[in-house]
Design a protein. Structure first.
Length: 272
């Protein structure tokens, strides 16, 4: 009973509480609670644009429109919130940083009728608490500088720990420390121009230059390009290309380590 009262207090005070937070609305199709590709892309964009940042404290609140009875809408709104929470965790957010995940049921509407419901009420709100600092971590040690300065013109080196969503060009948050090293190098060496080269795994003889392979590897290289430009690097210093499976490090892949070595992003020095 005591826990129930605490949750009720949090929910009842949400309207006033949100004034000190940022809120992002994730819209769902009618009678659906799955995180579809459109929803995942919306959340990925929030992460890529630093609107959502790891270690922020979040509330995840699910809603439904006025169609259906209360039991159905309570279940549906909770499922929406839980699925968004699970997706955030899959993108690197900690369970403990999601302070609240609840379904608030339907949003009552007066003077609104129709079989299609009210689309804007079929949503999940991701709310950032910018005032609370719980379990604030100690500052992470500065990463070692990327050893690009030792490279000669036209030499390349693979970036370590650059990961993407499977079959997609979405950079995972675990990649950001390595990208920050590259960013620091470019800021410290303002005359250096580079080319970002994307590669993928699963080398197949006689199938080296397919359009699909080059497209995916090129999109991944482009994602790194956009990351650097967004952080202030002059786009005229950067080029990018997708090489597909054209230059495998390991030709006869047998282990996951082999796949990882081939599924990479390399930086090539164009001029210094």
């Amino acid at each position: 009973m005591k826990n129930t009262l605490v949750i009720l207090f949090v929910l009842l005070s949400t309207v006033g509480y949100c004034q000190s937070m940022d809120t992002f609305q994730v819209l769902f199709p009618l009678n659906d609670s799955k995180v579809n590709p459109e929803i995942s892309k919306f959340i990925d964009d929030l992460i890529f644009k630093d609107e959502l940042v790891l270690r922020q404290k979040l509330l995840v609140l699910g809603y439904a429109d006025y169609l259906g009875d209360n039991k159905y809408n309570n279940t549906l709104s909770l499922a929406r919130a839980q699925n968004v929470k699970d997706y955030l965790i899959s993108m690197g957010f900690e369970k403990n940083d999601i302070k609240l995940c609840v379904g608030k049921g339907k949003i009552a509407r007066t003077g609104v009728n129709g079989k299609e419901g009210y689309a804007d009420d079929r949503r999940v709100e991701i709310i950032i608490d910018r005032e609370v600092h719980i379990d604030t971590p100690k500052p992470a040690p500065q990463p070692k500088k990327l050893e690009l300065g030792k490279l000669k013109v036209n030499e390349a080196v693979a970036l370590n720990n650059i990961s993407f969503q499977a079959g997609a060009d979405i950079i995972l948050p675990s990649s950001f420390p390595e990208l920050e090293k590259l960013l620091a190098f470019l800021r410290d060496n303002k005359t250096v121009n580079i080319r970002i080269e994307g590669h993928i795994c699963c080398w197949v003889p006689d199938s080296l230059d397919t359009h699909q392979d080059n497209y995916l590897s090129g999109r991944r290289a482009l994602a790194v390009y956009h990351y650097l430009v967004k952080k202030g690097i002059d786009k005229n210093r950067l080029k990018y290309i997708g090489l597909g499976t054209l230059n495998p490090v390991v030709k006869n892949e047998k282990t996951e380590a082999d796949y990882v070595r081939n599924r990479r992003v390399e930086i090539r020095i164009l001029s210094k």
